[in-house]
Design a protein around this ligand. Structure first.
Ligand code: ADP
Length: 738
């Protein structure tokens, strides 16, 4: 029994094979010799123990000797300075013709001695290559090219079974093509779990694309010493053709009754797409040149695969976009979008490859095709989909992220969903059934069911069962063109919704404008028509007072006074309302307005020197002019200045300041007083018509600030206030054009 190698586990089984460091396995396959030497001195440092049989020298006698013991110096002089793997000319050693394959592994120069084996005539070789090129470059579909590749490999290299398997996103494999001897059971369509080709093997396939096991029953030839004196580590065999095989893989092959294998990596866009796997019933060796031609074949196959899959993707995308346009066309004949989306003539479920679908619009659910029950879908929407914010969401394994879905994985393991609502409430959902339901085991279920020491997985049958268990609840993934279609359908639907909403808003706006115009006109005419009778009332009351006051009794005198005062108040109210109503109808006539002049004029109109003689009034000398409608601006200042004077007049030292904030743009004017102030939280309220925070002790109509705000809006400006009860107020405003 060999001693375990440093860094290599004692026992490799299904629990740790995903971490098995197979690149430092420490031994060679029996049909060739691995030898390492110092690249500077060419002294041999390590050698596999089968050198006695193949090269006629015991490994331990070679260690420390110059390489000339095996190869003549002038032969070695042909070694090019080459960083990549390369081959040396064939040479006869110990009566056998060898091909030497050399490469550098860390600090070691590694030479692999491999028998030349059966030679192929150059003409035949040429023929092989041109057959590969012509057969693979003329296939039209992935299925066709894949089956041709398998057929070619079988006929060119003579293995009993040739398979191509493709990996899914989780590295489970699916046999997509097979060529085999007639008597063999077919494995086509079989699925394998990812553990059958664990990560370390997959990684190595990216480094060394073709791998041969010439005899599954071989006895590994241990490399001695196991630790390289040049690196103090086991020799890294990642690039070795002759690297020994993981015991677990040998076990696997033996259980499938495989005698030899050849595997080539199919690498698409830098990623392992799948494997070309050849099995032979008995030991089989094909030489390095033949293996290179397998590599060539795989590359041609991969290129064609890439071209066809790109072409297929474009064709699918084009088809999807035609379908989408047709579906949107169908929508046009419906006034209500939700009815169009759920119509049965061209169901939305025919847009992608799905088993059923659901529409959840405005809280109501519509189901199409095979779906979970109505209650289950409602629950899925409420508990999961509505709680997450997304435009588009897709999964092939719903139960993993939403466990209650395990109850209906047969109908909804795959889910593709777009959010077509404004507030994330409306959803279009497609469902796809779990994929293992699509797959049937074609062969005899009892055959190959190997059980050894309780381990049941090392056979295709058991692998398939393991895979079926593993992929329970998983659907075939949504294709990229389907996801793209769903995303662009979402955009189109949102676009339709936005357009419909815009049209609705425009209609509402027009209605609102009309109503507003009517109201303003009504307000204007009412205020206007009230003036005449009011003039009559106050005129006759004045006459009554002037002529008959002395003969009236107390009650009569009081009545005349009240009529006169009330009609005065009503007149003020009508004036204010009329001004306010007029505002809605007037267009602003912009001009440059000298504000200082305007303010001084207003102070005169308000007769401040008489009416507010205790108030200290300050107007900024250089109050900037503004661009505005002179009449409206005058109204604005009149209202604000009047309020400032009115609400500060009772203070012991009333002060009013009309000014502007220096160095602030846009120009910000203010009217400040030290009067009664008010609770600033009421600011929004005071701009409403008839809204007053004071009682009758202060005359007023409650229209002044509403008018002021409207004037400012007409000038595209802003108004706001800083105030505090008992401490005064400061009204600020800007005018859009200034
Ligand atoms: P009014 O004719 O009552 O003054 P306004 O529309 O001009 O109507 O003002 C609305 C209310 O805002 C007023 O009733 C008053 O309570 C409050 N207000 C307005 N300006 C001031 C101010 N400078 N100081 C204190 N309160 C004010």
């Amino acid at each position: 029994m060999n001693k375990p190698l440093q860094g290599y586990p004692n026992k490799v089984d299904i629990t740790n094979c995903d971490r098995e460091p197979i690149h430092i396995i420490g031994s060679a396959q029996s049909h060739g010799v691995i030898l390492a030497c110092d690249p500077h001195t060419f002294l041999i440092t390590q050698c596999s123990e089968n050198s006695q049989n193949l090269l006629g020298h015991e490994a331990k006698t070679l260690i420390g000797k110059p390489i000339e013991v095996l190869l003549p110096r002038d032969y070695l002089n042909q070694i090019p300075a080459h960083p990549e793997k390369f081959t040396l000319p064939e040479i006869e050693i110990f009566n056998t013709a060898f091909l030497i394959i050399a490469h550098t592994s860390e600090k070691n120069f590694v030479l692999e001695f491999e028998p030349v084996g059966e030679q192929i005539a150059p003409v035949k070789f040429q023929e092989q290559l041109s057959r590969i090129l012509s057969e693979l470059n003329t296939a039209n579909t992935i299925a066709e090219i894949t089956s041709r590749a398998a057929g070619l490999v079988k006929s060119l290299y003579g293995y009993n079974r040739v398979m191509i398997y493709q990996f899914d996103e989780d590295w489970n494999g699916n046999v997509v093509a097979e060529e085999k001897e007639e008597y063999m059971e077919s494995w086509l369509g079989l699925h394998y779990p990812a553990t059958d080709i664990p990560k370390p093997s997959r990684d190595l396939f990216l480094k060394q694309e073709v791998r041969m096991i010439s005899d599954v029953g071989y006895i590994p030839a241990v490399i001695i010493p196991q630790i390289s004196p040049l690196t103090n580590k086991p020799l890294d065999l990642s690039l070795c053709e002759l690297r020994a095989v993981s015991p677990i893989h040998i076990e696997y092959l033996k259980n499938m009754e495989v005698g030899a294998s050849l595997t080539a990596a199919i690498v698409l866009n830098g990623k392992l797409w799948g494997l070309l796997a050849c099995h032979h019933n008995s030991p089989k060796f094909i030489n390095y040149h033949q293996r290179q031609s397998v590599k060539f074949l795989t590359q041609i196959y991969t290129n064609a695969l890439s071209v066809i899959s790109t072409r297929d993707f474009l064709a699918h995308s084009e088809k999807a976009s035609i379908l989408k346009e047709k579906f949107l066309g169908e929508l046009k004949s419906f006034n209500v979008l939700s009815e169009g989306l759920s119509q049965e003539k061209f169901p939305f479920t025919s847009l992608v490859n799905c088993t059923g679908g659901a529409l959840y619009i405005n809280g109501s659910l519509h189901l199409q095709g095979i779906t979970p029950s109505r209650e289950q879908v409602e629950q899925l929407v409420k508990e999961f989909l509505s709680k997450n914010t997304f435009d588009i969401f897709h999964t092939q394994n719903l139960e993993k992220i939403y466990p209650p879905a395990s109850l209906y994985k047969d109908t909804a393991s795959g889910l593709l969903c777009i959010n077509i609502g404004e507030m994330g409430e409306d959803l279009m959902i497609w469902f796809k059934q779990e994929s293992s339901q699509d797959v049937n085991w074609g062969g005899n279920p009892d055959k190959n069911a190997v059980e050894k020491e309780g381990i049941l997985y090392l056979s295709p049958r058991k692998s398939f069962e393991k895979w079926t268990k593993k992929v329970s609840g998983i659907a075939i993934p949504w294709a990229k063109h389907e996801i793209n279609l769903a995303a662009s359908l979402r955009e189109s639907i949102i676009h339709i919704i936005v357009r419909q909403q815009r049209e609705k808003i425009e209609q509402l706006n027009t209605n609102l404008r009309l109503v507003n115009e009517d109201l303003t006109a009504f307000g204007y005419s009412v205020s206007h028509d009230l003036r005449a009778p009011l003039r009559g009332i106050s005129g006759y009351a004045t006459i009554l007072k002037e002529r008959n006051y002395p003969i009236l009794d107390d009650m009569g005198k009081k009545a005349v006074d009240i009529i006169l005062r009330s009609s005065g108040e009503m007149n003020a109210l009508i004036e204010d309302l009329l001004n306010y109503a007029k505002l809605g109808q007037t267009e602003v006539a912009l001009s440059r307005v000298n504000l200082r002049e305007l303010v001084l004029n207003i102070l005169e109109i308000l007769n401040t020197s008489e009416s507010y003689k205790n108030t200290k009034i300050e107007v900024d000398e250089n109050l900037p002019a503004c661009i505005g409608d002179r009449r409206l601006i005058s109204q604005l200042f009149l209202n604000l200045v009047h309020n400032a004077l009115k609400y500060s007049a009772e203070m012991p030292h009333p002060e009013v300041h009309i000014g502007y904030l220096k160095e602030k743009l846009p120009v910000t004017y203010f009217i400040k007083d030290n009067g009664i102030g008010f609770d600033p939280s009421l600011e929004a309220k005071i701009y409403n018509v008839f809204s007053r925070l004071v009682g009758d002790e202060y005359p007023g109509t409650g229209v002044g600030l509403a008018t002021a705000k409207k004037v400012i809006e007409k000038h595209k400006g802003d108004i706001w206030v800083e105030t505090s009860p008992g401490k005064g107020s400061c009204f600020y405003f800007t005018l859009g054009n200034t």
